[in-house]
Write a protein that binds this ligand. Structure first.
Ligand code: FES
Length: 170
């Protein structure tokens, strides 16, 4: 099967698959191309569904099991649709001893989800991270590229409200 083959008719009208094929063509035959291709593909789709994994495996001529293995090894890759914003709450030692669990509980309660899930309104995906390198500000979380330190559970509702409001206005 050709890398550019698009055998599912649903894909024909979906610009994302065209862009995926362009990414595959750009990186084809380049050593070490799997991770950058997965990264760009996740930017296109928001996550890495099964059919997309197959197209990447065929296009780059790597086993599907390798594609799946890399996706599940790196936490930045996701098999599920992600929210508009990704929250990463640090559970490293410094954050943990300064109350990160209570902050995580506040996030779970506010979002009505568990870690690894996406909120019902599609705005947030909640993840747990290792040390973010900002231990002096523990407990720390990131929302996308924004860093929040010295967190307490009572600060969570206002922080989340800011992103909810922004996503309504977008
Ligand atoms: S342990 Fe959380 S930032 Fe280092």
């Amino acid at each position: 099967m050709s890398a550019n083959c698009c055998c599912c008719s649903n894909h024909l009208n979906d610009d994302r698959y065209t862009r995926l094929n362009q990414v595959i063509a750009e990186y084809k035959n380049q050593p070490g191309s799997l991770i950058p291709v997965l990264h760009k593909t996740q930017q296109i789709f928001g996550y890495l569904p099964d059919d997309v994994q197959k197209l990447i495996a065929e296009g780059l001529n790597v086993p599907l099991s390798d594609v799946y293995g890399v996706i599940t090894f790196y936490s930045l890759f996701s098999l599920e649709p992600r929210g508009k914003h990704t929250i990463g709450i640090c559970m490293g030692t410094a954050c943990y001893v300064r109350g990160a669990s209570q902050v995580l509980d506040a996030l779970k309660k506010d979002l009505a989800i568990e870690a690894g899930q996406t909120s019902g309104d599609g705005v947030f995906t909640l993840t747990i991270t290792r040390c973010l390198g900002a231990c002096a500000m523990a407990p720390v979380m990131m929302i996308d590229e924004d860093v929040y330190g010295r967190l307490t559970p009572d600060k969570i509702p206002d922080i989340l409200a800011k992103y909810r409001q922004a996503s309504k206005n977008a």
